[in-house]
Design a protein around this ligand. Structure first.
Ligand code: DAT
Length: 179
């Protein structure tokens, strides 16, 4: 059976690391949607950000991957027509630390820490797809995260949301926020 697994989440949450490993374990193709969009001339670089038409990406992706087994990752992956959307979560402090280490601007770090804090991607994913599995990666290795996803898929779980609440982390992450 063909299956499209979309892996989404705030930048720095671990999408690419987990998706490559998951694809390997399932023997599926792996596609990074940013690379895919660039390769197919679907967007243009504005500074260091890729600007693209999500509908155009969705249509092109659907045409090419409809009857294939694929793990696709991007913070836009939940917009793709997927059989299952995996939303990775991490303590906002981890997002802040990782994006700082990547050299993101203070503004960009703050924006993404805030987005993780208030569940932006999860809310979008639920709005787009019935089948959403949320996985907290905090304190886990990528291997452990992949095992958890495989376990849920193996048990036929199609929806599992509302498993984290970062509101209690607010005091800790104030240094990262754009206040
Ligand atoms: P993204 O694709 O969401 O931007 P990435 O996979 O490129 O994220 O980077 C995530 C970083 O975090 C990478 O250096 C590996 C590290 N990491 C630590 N624990 C992790 C976990 N449980 N799952 C995924 N990545 C983890």
């Amino acid at each position: 059976m063909d299956m499209i697994i979309a892996v989404t989440g705030t930048p720095g949450v671990g999408k690419t690391t987990v998706s490559k490993l998951l694809a390997e374990r399932l023997n599926y193709d792996y596609v990074n949607l940013r690379d895919y969009a660039l390769k197919n001339g679907l967007g243009e670089m504005k500074g260091d950000e890729l600007e693209l038409d999500v509908d155009e990406l969705t249509e092109t992706f659907a045409r090419e991957f409809r009857d294939r087994n694929v793990v696709a990752d991007s913070h836009l992956a939940h917009h793709m027509p997927a059989d299952i959307v995996v939303v990775l979560r991490a303590h906002p402090r981890l997002i802040g630390e990782r994006l700082k280490a990547r050299g993101y601007s203070k503004e960009k770090v703050g924006e993404n820490v805030e987005a993780e804090l208030v569940d932006v991607i999860l809310v979008e994913a639920i709005d787009k797809n019935e089948n959403v599995i949320e996985v907290d990666t905090t304190g886990k290795t990528p291997e452990e995260v992949v095992e958890e996803i495989l376990g849920l898929l193996g048990r036929g779980v199609k929806r599992r949301v509302g498993i984290v609440d970062w509101s209690g982390t607010y005091d800790e992450i104030i240094p990262y926020l754009r206040l």
